[in-house]
Design a protein around this ligand. Sequence first.
Ligand code: NAD
Length: 311
Amino acid sequence: MRIAIAGAGAMGGRFGDMLSHDNQEVILIDRWEANLKAINTRGLIVNVSGTEHVDQIVAVQPAQVDPSEHFDLVIMFTKAMQLDAMLTDIKPILHDDTMVLTLANGIGNVETIEKYVPKENIIAGVTTWSAGLDSAGYISYGGEGIVQMQAVETGKANQVDQIVEVMNSAGLNVTLTDDAIEAIWRKAALNAVLNPLCTLLNCNIGNLGKTTTFSAMMDEILAEFQQVADAMHVPFDVTKTRNLILAQLPDEANGTHYPSMHQDMLSKRPTEIDYLNGYVARQGESRHIPTMVNRLITQEIHAMEQLVQGN
Ligand code: NAD
């Protein structure tokens, strides 16, 4: 299968590495010139539990891809706030039969992709695979994971089944689900609790969970998610989400882990806050639902981004 991965950071690199090792024809598309240069001169270096291998994979700027080239699948692995710009750039290679998959975090990615691609060509979901970007052209694998995904509309079942087969052959543990939107909201709500609170309080997940105010903060964030989800007719279950969050707290789960937003802040990079708490705050505002908690958290994270970036 011909696969383009748009966004060649930690996750794009990991999926690209796994798929190309399974003999799929993969190219990476990225806008970060230093990353492209590193990958094209010495290969993508992949660190798996301390052992490195080099993946000779082609990486190009969006404008370098010939529009007549045909890809069966494009996997979007930018950060949520880079998605629109990347789709604008790669629009010439999105043909009628090109399927587009998003597994990025945050809410609203499907709406963004729908501006460029018919709904029946979009597959959306969540993944628990993880990876880190150590430097340009150098990634480290996190632990093992799974992918749960669903076509946004029926109509391309054959293509979807083929994609699942190819991804599973590469070891990506994919299952089709009938509740991808619920899974996306649940993961976003988990991230909306753990990411900004650990970032603002400069602590890991376990220590956040040990504070006496954690439970109340979590419940206030989730209550607003529930109200907005109800108004948008999106299935959302606070109890399930709460249990999922609590399961992350022990050290043997993710207690010692600092969420990616904390890392983004340390690296002075923009965060995905507008697609987590910020999404719920915006949707709440436009529907006259009070979402003060998520709005304040969004404002605090944006203020922190400006302070660390020296703006
Ligand atoms: P990433 O930051 O590693 O890469 C995303 C994009 O940013 C890539 O195009 C990359 O080239 C670019 N980029 C990274 N550093 C840059 C720099 N210094 N200068 C210029 N460009 C730079 O993001 P990721 O971790 O691969 O995440 C992609 C999506 O997947 C996000 O929505 C994320 O939340 C989600 N996700 C990540 C993980 C994980 O373990 N990393 C797990 C599940 C979901």
